[in-house]
Each structure stands twice: as C-alpha cells, then as structure tokens.
Write a protein that binds this ligand. Structure first.
Ligand SMILES: *Cc1c(COP(=O)(O)O)cnc(C)c1O
Length: 392
C-alpha cells in the first residue's frame, strides 16, 4: 500500500506514540488533571507541558490554548462562541459573518446553522487559484460584521490565504478574525505574536498526532471572548468543559514539538515530492493543476489534479494499492463534485475528474515514481474505455 492521503489524516509519529504510552498503559499515569493529589498533579503537569508545546509552534502563550476534540470542535466553538458571547444573532440586532465558499464543511455547516438562527453570512468566492484576497474580505465588511472566518490553507487544493496581510486590516476595523489552520500548522510558519488573529483552530491528526484532539487559540490581548459550547465543570478557563484526556493532549504536544523541530526538513521533503509528481504527471495530455499556479505560494504537502475524460472516483479505484482522495475525503461519500473545485470555476466534469495527492514524512521518491507510472497507465486505459468525446 502506498499512502498518499496525509491531508486526510496522518499516522502517529513513533515519537508521539512513545510520548502517549505512559498515559495510556493500565499501570501508567492515569490521574485526572483536575484532581488535587499526586496522580492528578502529574497529569496536570503533562497537560501544561503539552500546552506550551502547542503554543510554541504558533507563537502563542500557553494560556491562550484551549484543548478540544479536534478542528471541527474548535471551529464550532470559535464561530458559535464568538457570536453567542455578543448575544447574536438576535431579533433587531443583525449579525454578519464573512467566510469563503471553500472552507471546510465544519465551518460552512456552522455558518448555515447560524443562518437558521438569523445571522447573515457572506460566502466569498475565491479567485481561480483558490485564494480569497484581503481586499475581497475588507470589501465585504459592514458595520454589522461580527466575525470573519477564513482558512489559512485549503485542505483540497493547498491554496494559501494571505492571513498575514488580512489580519492587521481587520484589527484596525475592530472585526474579529478566526482562522482554521488545520492544514497550515507545521506546513507554513505561524507567528501569532506578529499576526493579530483572534481565534485559530488546530487539529492533531493532520500533523502526526492522534485523532480526536485539537486546540483553539484564544487571544488574551486584546481578549477574544467566547461563550462555551460545552457546559460542565468549567475546565479550560470555562470555555470547554470535560475531563481532559492526557494521552491525547500529550500526543498533540509531542506532535507540535516535532513539527517545529522538523519544520524546514518537512517542507523541503514534501515540496520536493509534490514537484516531482507534478513533473511526471504534467505529461498526461489535458491534465489540469487545481489550486495555486506554479511558482506562487502554495501548501507544500499536496497536489490536486484533474484528468479530463476520466471519473476521479473510477481512477482512484483503479489505482489498487495506492490510497489517494478523489474530490474531497470528507465529501467523497456523496457523489457530488467537489464544492471547492466548483468554487474555482471548474465545471462538474472537470471537478469530478480530480485526484488529491498528499505527502508525508515517509513518502519516498520511489513511491512517487510508482504512483506516477500507475496514474499515467490508468488514465490512458480509462480514456480508451470512455465514451466521452476527446477534448484532451
Ligand atoms: C481536517 C480538517 C478539519 C477538521 O479537523 P478534525 O480534527 O478532523 O475535526 C477542519 N478544517 C480543515 C481545513 C481540515 O483539514
């Protein structure tokens, strides 16, 4: 099996696994971090050390990190929590959110939910490269705008929004900014000491940590205020109740520390693989690269291509022992063409003819060569069988 679906999820790094084990073993450190006795203090110390590791990766302070179950929860907490804290949406008091058409489903569905409660949401269309410019965001701001939610790196196409330039403009206008950074952490430099983002979502399992744990950065100065979406014992500064899972949290901390340590090497490795695969697959007649144009800022770890004349899902299935995504992993249970590719202006057929390749620490050039050869063969074969008129 050749796994090229690291943008959907990564395995645990061995060092992350080792760090988690003491908190998972039956005879290990099982204390509740909220307890005030020895085992509790030990668990608490581990949780706080992990908090510092996560904060350090993104230039934040440890007190600004709230543990969650993943980026889906972080995004829900950020968007619903920010509005609810201001008592929005409320009759006679409009609430406006600015976001984009290419956000992850969990942001879009949260916004749709708030629309049913009376919020107004602007879904910005990206440019042909998949980016939403700071100018487009600023042009959509109204006096009622309570929040902008914009992803840093798109999970399907690797487009990178210019958050560094957007954030100061929003700060100046007094509009809160939430950024989904699930695909950005460990893939590009994030320095929250320099970039005035209010809320930022992270997920452990996109960067070699365990599934089921994430974090939300909540800025202290100026204080970003949120209403909790999970009520209970007042854990996590009252923003997210529930007994913490030290093994998960320690895993996320270790994953972030590793990502920081390996940052340069990881990026060089992934972008080398991405460019090698593109060099081979650009030979396929008619192939289209979806997302940022070559030579422009793009996420290092993924490549999204359309092969006109073939069904992405048929192509994916024909690849045998190669794991990649067609369309999006999250929406491939439905037969709908990817809404992200549609938002770039791709027609249904081209959007349906897409594959997303994403790369990991253990991916080798030899694997890339095997994948390239297999894809070239299968595209040719499926095109032979295709009743479609030849446009490629
Ligand atoms: C994976 C992903 C999410 C969801 O994260 P989970 O931790 O799986 O809930 C949100 N946004 C983006 C951009 C993602 O890639």
């Amino acid at each position: 099996m050749i796994y090229l679906d690291y943008a959907a999820t990564t395995p645990l790094d061995e060092r992350v696994f080792e760090a988690m084990l003491p908190y998972l073993k039956p005879d290990g450190l099982h204390g509740n971090p909220a307890s005030t006795h020895g085992p509790g203090f030990k668990a608490r110390a581990a949780v706080e050390a992990a908090r510092r590791q996560v904060a350090s990766l993104i230039g934040a302070d440890a007190s600004e990190i709230i543990w969650t179950s993943g980026a889906t929860e972080s995004n829900n907490l950020a968007i619903k929590g920010a509005l609810e804290f201001r008592g929005l949406p409320k009759a006679g008091k409009p609430a406006h959110i600015v976001t984009s058409k290419t956000e992850h489903k969990c942001v879009l569905d949260t916004c749709r939910h708030l629309e049913t409660l009376g919020a107004r949401v602007t879904y910005l269309k990206p440019d042909a490269d998949g980016r939403v410019s700071p100018e487009a965001v600023m042009a959509a701001i109204t006096p009622d705008t309570a929040l902008v939610s914009l992803m840093w790196v798109n999970n399907e196409i690797g487009a990178v929004n210019d958050i560094e330039r957007l954030a100061p403009s929003l700060r100046e206008r007094g509009v809160m900014l939430h950024v989904d950074a699930a695909q950005a952490a460990g893939k590009l430099a994030i320095d929250l000491a320099a970039v005035p983002i209010d809320l930022l979502s992270l997920s452990a399992h996109k960067l070699y940590g365990p599934k089921g744990v994430g974090a939300l950065f909540v800025r202290r100065k100026p204080r970003a205020r949120l209403s909790p979406q999970m009520h209970g014992g007042g854990h996590e500064q009252g923003m997210r109740s529930g007994t913490l899972a030290p093994h998960q949290v320690v895993g996320m901390g270790a994953a972030c520390a590793l990502a920081a340590e390996r940052f340069e090497a990881d990026i060089a490795h992934w972008s080398g693989l991405r460019d090698a695969l593109w060099t081979r697959l650009r030979e396929v007649p008619g192939v289209l690269r979806n997302g940022p144009a070559e030579g422009t800022r793009a996420a290092p770890h993924l490549l999204n291509l359309s092969f006109p004349g073939v069904e992405g899902e048929a192509l994916r299935a024909s690849l045998g022992g190669i794991a990649v995504s067609s369309g999006s992993a999250c929406s491939s249970a439905t037969a709908e063409p990817s809404y992200v590719l549609r938002a770039l202006g791709r027609d249904d057929e081209t959007a349906n003819a897409s594959l997303r390749f994403s790369f990991g620490r253990k991916t080798t050039l030899a694997e890339i060569e095997t994948v390239a050869r297999t894809v070239i063969e299968q595209v040719a074969w499926l095109r032979e069988l295709s009743p479609l008129p030849r446009t490629w």
